[in-house]
Design a protein around this ligand. Structure first.
Ligand code: TYC
Length: 102
């Protein structure tokens, strides 16, 4: 009967609920046309990768079809996807970026 602040007579616990946010992977998809250097630039600019890790991720996507750029909460992941898709479109590259729940 503790922690029932509004006094409904309900037995509640005082422990504050800290629900952890769901996490989402942001992925790049391979295609035949986007230049490798452009993909490396995207990974550096939007995902804060250094040149070495960016190149490793780009080559992983090139060889495997898909690869992870980072893991974020929903709103951050959604923003990354929009930023990458807008940047690719602006440069007329078919690069695709998507998010998936972990
Ligand atoms: N396959 C592309 C090429 O040969 C390079 C590339 C890598 C494209 C990763 C997209 O997400 C990608 N130019």
């Amino acid at each position: 009967e503790n922690g029932d602040e509004s006094g409904t007579g309900t037995a509640t616990k005082t422990r504050p609920k800290t629900k952890r946010p769901s996490l989402y992977r942001v992925l790049l998809l391979n295609d035949d046309y986007t230049p490798m250097e452009f993909v490396v630039h995207v990974l550096e600019r939007f995902f804060h990768k250094g040149p070495e890790e960016a190149t490793t991720i780009m080559l992983h996507v090139h060889h495997n079809g898909v690869g992870e750029c980072g893991v974020y909460t929903y709103e951050v992941a959604e923003t990354k996807v929009t930023q990458v898709m807008d940047f690719a479109r602006k440069h007329q590259h078919p690069l695709q970026c998507v998010m998936e729940k972990k």
